[in-house]
Design a protein around this ligand. Structure first.
Ligand code: CP3
Length: 344
């Protein structure tokens, strides 16, 4: 098999596969004891800047689960840190920003990302591609709304009230912020693609907080620009957000090859909401993995059955692996999906 013939890349391109490919959002991380061991004395953002740690942590779930793709170990705020913003990732909390961005002065602090700011990404991706062989590496970045929310709120937010206040109250400043964040995200993805990543996922995780009209007006033009720019490269583009039932058609309109669906929308319904010639990724509820195996198997079969309505399917959870998940269940789930979908 060659990399381009891998089930993951073929499914993204809506080509026939000999089994449905599997990977898990947040497959690298706290649910793995080997991850906790290597991270024990190393703060998250330091780990994200060290090629040796990046390579080891990216490979851990590949070795353990036998997933069909690796996802580059990093975080959505890494490029923001790399341009000099004062932010950190607090364990159990997420990204926190000391001096949130809420005015024109703040927005001006967002300069362009230069490839040299993230040379460790180039180095780590290069090593990973060598180690992974015919298994694809997924590069990723945060979507502009989700990044803006962390920067404006100063940390995780339930209601995104400061973010929406800026979006509704200062549309020109908002557009400037979106343009700068989109340029940073695009550059971060380009660095990963140039170094050998063979697909990319844009995580605009929190866009589900927006109405379809607000999304169309205030986010879609920027995301469309990112996907348009990425179309010059021969890499499948995946677009994902949480709670996006009402937004799926717009998420798809933004131009992705694959739309990631959370667990709230069955894949057969999702297939009707996306553009023609779009593959789907998802969407087992990550909480299912805490139920007895019979329930996991039954719900997984349901996802696989509904996925037949899609033009191409990449099996995943509907959001990231929860930290307390038993890794053995993920190993079993990977094997189960491979067996259930095996075509000779
Ligand atoms: O998927 C993977 O395995 C690749 C690694 C990855 C991380 N973050 C590592 C991480 C990816 C793809 C991300 C993306 C990310 N980061 C998103 C989008 C995906 C999603 O979940 O919607 C978001 C919103 C963030 C912001 C962020 N960073 C959060 C919410 C957290 C968790 C806070 C917590 O500790 O509960 C982080 C920290 C983070 N990113 C960890 C990891 C492994 C945990 C850090 C630790 O081990 O202390």
């Amino acid at each position: 098999m060659t990399l381009q013939d891998s089930p993951f890349l073929r499914a993204c391109r809506r080509l026939p596969v000999d089994h449905t490919p599997v990977w898990f959002m947040r497959q690298a991380g706290r649910s793995l004891p080997e991850y906790r061991r290597v991270r024990a004395d190393v703060p998250m953002l330091e780990a994200c800047a060290r090629p040796d740690m990046i390579v080891e942590i990216t490979m851990q779930p590949v070795r353990r689960y036998g997933v069909d793709a690796a996802i580059y170990f990093s975080d959505i705020v890494v490029p923001l840190k790399a341009i000099g913003l004062d932010l950190d990732i607090k364990p159990g909390v997420g990204p926190v920003v000391d001096d949130p961005i809420r005015d024109a002065e703040g927005v001006k602090r967002l300069r362009d990302l230069e490839p040299g700011d993230v040379s460790y990404v180039t180095e780590a991706v290069g090593e990973l591609v060598g180690e992974l062989g015919d298994r694809p590496l997924i590069g990723f970045a945060g979507g502009p709304f989700t990044l803006a929310s962390y920067l404006i709120e100063g940390g995780p937010s339930k209601n995104h009230e400061h973010t929406k206040a800026l979006m509704y109250g200062a549309p020109d400043l908002w557009a400037d912020l979106m343009r700068r964040l989109s340029a940073i995200t695009l550059e971060f993805l380009k660095v990963q693609i140039s170094a050998g990543a063979s697909a990319v996922q844009l995580f605009d995780s929190w866009v589900g907080a927006l109405s379809a009209e607000d999304y169309r007006e205030s986010v879609l033009p920027h995301t469309s620009w990112i996907f348009e720019e990425l179309s010059r490269y021969d890499v499948p583009r995946i677009h994902f957000g949480v709670g996006t039932g009402e937004l799926l058609s717009l998420l798809s309109e933004a131009g992705a090859d694959v739309v990631g669906v959370d667990w709230r929308v069955p894949l057969d319904k999702a297939a009707q909401r996306v553009q023609p010639a779009t593959a789907l990724q998802g969407n087992l509820d990550p909480a299912t993995l805490f139920a007895p195996w019979e329930a996991v198997a039954e719900r997984t079969r349901d996802v696989l059955t509904r996925a037949r309505a899609a033009e191409g399917h990449v099996f995943n959870l509907g959001h990231g692996v929860l930290p307390a998940t038993d890794p053995d269940v993920l190993t079993r789930l990977t094997e189960f999906v491979h067996q259930e979908t095996a075509r000779s």
